[in-house]
Each structure stands twice: as C-alpha cells, then as structure tokens.
Design a protein around this ligand. Structure first.
Ligand SMILES: C[S@@+](CC[C@H](N)C(=O)[O-])C[C@H]1O[C@@H](n2cnc3c(N)ncnc32)[C@H](O)[C@@H]1O
Length: 182
C-alpha cells in the first residue's frame, strides 16, 4: 500500500469515527423491531391530523411510518450518522414533505406542538424527561413508551407484545398536571 492510500484511510477514519462513536446520551441505539412499528402507530392511532415526535429517532423508521400515515413527523436524534441515514431514507421514500429530523439533544427542543410523542429510551431518561413533557405537551396529547414505563401520566393501554425489552404503553397527558397549576 502506498503512502497516499494510507493517508486517505487515516483521513477517512478521522472523519468517520466521531460519527460512529457519538453515543446516544440517554439510550443506546436499539431500533424498534420492524413488526412492532405498525403496532406503535396503531396504539397511538397516528393519523393525518397528528404532529408526531420520536425522541431519539434512530434510523427514522417511526418517523417515516408516521409520515406514511399522513402525520407531520419529527425525529430528534443526536447521532449524526443516524440523522443523515434517516434524512436520506425520508428522501428516498418520498416523505420529505411530511417528515424531518432535527439533529439535537431532545432536552433542548421545544415539544409543545406534538400531539403524539414516542420514547424508546432507558428508564432514567423517561424520568428525567417527565417534568419537561408535563410542562410542554398540550393536554390530551398521547405519549407512547416503548419497553420502559414513565410515571406522572395516565396509562390508557398496554400492548404486552411490545418489543424485545418490554411492552408498549400508551399514556395521556393529564388535563391538570402538577406543573400546569404552578
Ligand atoms: C433505543 S433507540 C430508539 C430508536 C428509534 N426511536 C426506534 O424506536 O427505532 C434510542 C435512540 O436515542 C438516541 N438518543 C439517546 N439520547 C438522546 C438525546 N439526549 N437526544 C437525542 N437523541 C438521543 C440514540 O442515539 C438512539 O438512536
């Protein structure tokens, strides 16, 4: 291998490594199993009138599924590789008018327009998000947790088939939350 080839490989690795190793701060990347995607859409009854948010949107599969159902769909993801992969998939599948991915930590994004929000995160992240969700989400918004529960919301339905790590749960944002009266 000549020096130029070595240089090209080193530069490519330097460029790619940060993309590969930006870890999910509040959950590792474990995509929802394909066969569970539609069940998540169904339990939340995602439709054309919805504004759908996936916090930690991974490869964008839930965002795309919500957009295909006619919802305005937003994914928030901090790993740039997954952000760009999902943006490309959104374009390839012709969903760019309804779906978009924000590259950010979801704690820094205003969630107040969401009517449906999905969390497939670790238990601590769900708890850390609780106050932000109670503060920002409109009353009656639907909250879906994948695998791990969240406290402070009204549990409406549970699908025990869920994903490999646990059930899918549907919650409603209460009419009166502790933060809404402060
Ligand atoms: C368990 S995966 C779920 C992926 C996708 N929601 C799905 O169901 O297929 C969690 C994702 O959250 C991302 N993540 C973790 N903490 C985050 C944060 N604070 N802000 C944005 N994304 C985050 C990870 O990079 C990972 O892609």
């Amino acid at each position: 291998m000549d020096l130029l080839a070595v240089l090209v490989i080193v530069v490519a690795l330097l460029v790619l490594l940060p993309f590969i190793f930006v870890k999910g701060k509040d959950a590792p990347f474990v995509p929802t199993e394909e066969e569970a995607v539609e069940r998540i859409m169904e339990i939340a009854e995602v439709g054309a009138n919805d504004i759908f948010y996936d916090l930690g949107s991974g490869d964008g599969r839930l965002v795309i599924a919500a957009a295909v159902r006619g919802a305005k769909a937003v994914g928030i993801e901090m790993n740039p590789l997954r952000v760009w992969y999902s943006r490309i998939m959104i374009a390839v599948l012709g969903q760019w008018q309804r779906a978009r991915i924000i590259q950010s930590d979801f704690f820094n994004v205003d969630l107040s327009e969401a009517t449906v929000i999905v969390l497939y995160l670790l238990p601590k992240a769900n708890e850390d998000l609780k106050d932000k969700l109670l503060r920002e989400l409109r009353k009656g918004a639907r909250l879906v947790t994948v695998a791990f529960p969240i406290s402070g919301f009204e549990l409406v339905k549970e699908d025990p088939r869920g994903v490999v790590y646990g059930p899918v749960r549907l919650y409603k944002v209460p009419e009166f939350s502790p933060t809404s009266v402060l």
